[in-house]
Ligand binder design. Structure first.
Ligand code: ADP
Ligand code: MG
Length: 239
């Protein structure tokens, strides 16, 4: 087997890109305080993993950073253009794949924009399919395309590969690595998978007791195993 893959050079984030600054973020459900003063910074274009036990508040934090939680309090400075991918793809079953990708967008050439984003996740051929005909991995790739089409400065991923089988997950991780290299949004990846954090992120944070309890740099040089040519070649054979 010969390695024919060319490693994609890592682009720099756009000079105008904004990062994330969160200070003293709090959120309680009844008398249960889930977030008790979270401070969080992401540089533009930085890939950060957020680890934590189940129930530690990772999704609560991600929803707050996404601007989806009106009851969280604290200082929140996040880019306008942000996109979220959840563990469940949340595609609307009654509208075709490409329309799901551009849902809520207005303007011209929506189909062309959808096709371009679908191309990036390898699913342009399924543009006119119904979501119910897609596999789990394909659905998540469509959800990624729906995020990409918004050219996010901040991409929020909440255990996006948690429900996928191991090989499909490997493929999806490789895809996210390549998309990040190409577009360089800041990424906050929620995961409880330490290996995934090491594979993809520059830095990992651990959420515990309602705060960022620990932080470590992932000082493994790129290319990481996930975008190593051998891996890519293997992935192509298996998937
Ligand atoms: P994680 O994503 O780390 O598994 P979550 O952020 O989903 O954790 O949840 C953290 C805690 O907050 C859990 O105890 C959960 O039951 C609670 N929680 C989350 N959302 C709600 C809600 N809408 N109402 C009540 N409790 C909630
Ligand atoms: Mg969660």
């Amino acid at each position: 087997m010969t390695d024919t893959t060319v490693t994609v050079p890592t682009a720099a984030p756009p000079a105008t890109a904004r990062g994330v600054r969160v200070r003293g973020l709090r959120r309680a459900f009844g008398d249960r305080e889930v977030l008790r003063g979270v401070d969080l910074d992401l540089a533009p274009g930085e890939f950060v993993a957020l680890l934590g036990a189940s129930g530690s508040g990772k999704s609560t934090l991600l929803r707050a950073v996404a601007g989806l939680d009106t009851e969280a309090t604290g200082e929140l400075d996040v880019p306008e253009r942000r996109a979220v991918v959840f563990q469940e793809h949340r595609l609307l079953p009654w509208t075709r794949v490409w329309r799901n990708v551009t849902l809520g967008l207005t303007g011209r050439d929506l189909r062309a924009r959808a096709l371009q984003a679908l191309e990036e996740v390898g699913l342009a051929a399924r543009a006119d399919a119904w979501p119910s005909t897609l596999s789990g991995g394909e659905s998540q790739r469509v959800a990624l395309a729906r995020a990409l089409v918004r050219t996010p400065e901040l991409l929020l991923l909440d255990e996006p590969f948690g429900a996928l089988d191991a090989l499909t997950r490997l493929k999806a991780q490789g895809l996210v690595a390549r998309l990040w290299q190409r577009h360089r949004p800041a990424v906050l990846l929620v995961t409880h998978d330490v290996e995934e954090a090491l594979l993809l992120a520059d830095r990992a944070l651990v959420l515990a007791d309602g705060r960022i309890a620990e932080e470590f740099a992932v000082d493994i040089e790129r290319p990481r195993p996930v975008d190593h040519p051998r891996f890519t070649a293997l992935r192509r054979r298996l998937l």
